[in-house]
Design a protein around this ligand. Structure first.
Ligand SMILES: Cc1cc2nc3c(=O)[nH]c(=O)nc-3n(C[C@H](O)[C@H](O)[C@H](O)COP(=O)(O)OP(=O)(O)OC[C@H]3O[C@@H](n4cnc5c(N)ncnc54)[C@H](O)[C@@H]3O)c2cc1C
Length: 298
């Protein structure tokens, strides 16, 4: 392998769109993705794809990239480390022992939710979701819980309240502003600040939630806004600036605090996390990268 103009880490909606734009701009691109088929759901928010399986759209997108000789896809591999050499080139190492060089890096490696709530993983994407826009319609009028660990609770609680009035808000031990608590309680929303001890249910279908003080409430489903996200470890490898929630800080064009390192998609984007928004930032940052290279190399 020669030297790539750009190595894209992560082949989700952001990385795929960035690869397409850069490949079509005649830039040599390496796209590395663990290919873990993580998008096992139906797309809801986009009118052009509502109800379509996300995985099918992703597979079709990957096939489209194959027609461009400028795009080198390294699938089913994780990037293990990225090191910058004295000549400023980045050396990218995969878990399988491959390595290659690139002049620029695009981090499009998504995020993971970090929360200490016991058992919650069993309910992710079955009963507990992150976006009320993605699943609010499906959870209309159900007994809902909204878990928010950030202190900025009321804004999203109001959006969920419009989907179901049968709403309990839980902060899992985190503080909530007194005025926000009163505002929610005035609408009949029970606000529980105690830590969550247990979530009960079957096959990912939530039935009840128990708190540290022993209180158990019946709930069918809900949403979570966690206190922290982590990008999939690569961002930290460079000492790129991260915000207080662990997301990569970028300027309006997708440039990080590290020279020649860019970021797009969920890894760099505060909520709401939507495929079309990730796609858009992937395109935006690819335009920035191509324009930066064009100016530098002209
Ligand atoms: C259950 C669920 C339902 C959702 N429903 C919707 C919906 O209906 N509509 C909608 O618009 N959005 C929905 N979303 C949100 C949407 O999936 C995300 O906003 C979007 O996928 C983010 O795209 P991305 O490219 O930034 O990151 P991701 O899609 O997370 O892609 C990142 C990629 O990077 C790869 N990766 C990570 N680390 C490495 C590494 N070290 N080396 C190589 N590859 C790596 C990952 O395997 C992954 O393939 C949903 C999300 C979830 C979890």
């Amino acid at each position: 392998m020669g030297i790539f103009d750009c190595a894209i880490i992560g082949g989700g909606p952001a990385g795929l769109n960035a690869a397409l734009l850069l490949g079509r701009a005649n830039r040599l691109v390496a796209l590395v993705d663990t290919n873990n088929d993580h998008l096992a759901f139906e797309l809801q928010e986009s009118i052009s794809r509502n109800g379509n399986a996300a995985i099918e759209f992703m597979q079709a997108a990957k096939e489209k990239l194959n027609q461009y000789p400028t795009i080198h896809s390294i699938v089913s591999q994780s990037v293990r480390a990225i090191k910058q050499s004295n000549n400023k080139l980045f050396k990218i190492y995969t878990e399988d022992g491959e390595n290659f060089l690139a002049e620029k890096i695009l981090l499009a490696d998504g995020t993971k939710i970090q929360t200490a709530i016991p058992d919650i993983k069993q309910y992710y994407n079955k009963s507990i979701f992150t976006s009320p826009y993605g699943y609010g319609w499906e959870l209309k009028d159900k007994k809902l819980i909204y878990i928010n660990e950030t202190g900025d609770v009321a804004r999203t609680a109001k959006i969920i309240f419009n989907v179901s009035n049968d709403l309990v808000v839980a902060t899992n031990g985190y503080e909530i502003k007194e005025n926000e608590k009163r505002e929610l309680e005035n609408k009949g929303i029970n606000v529980i600040t105690d830590k969550i001890k247990e979530m009960k249910g079957h096959n990912g279908v939530l039935r009840s939630i128990t708190f540290q003080d022993g209180l158990e409430i019946e709930r069918e489903a809900g949403f979570i806004t966690p206190s922290i996200y982590t990008t999939n470890t690569i961002g930290q490898g460079f000492s790129c600036d991260l915000d207080e929630r662990g997301l990569i800080v970028v300027d309006h064009f997708g440039r990080t605090s590290e020279k020649n390192v860019y970021a797009a998609g969920d890894a760099a984007q505060p909520a709401p996390t939507e495929i079309v928004l990730s796609e858009a930032t992937g395109i935006q940052v690819a335009i920035t990268i191509n324009s930066d290279i064009s100016i530098e190399k002209f």
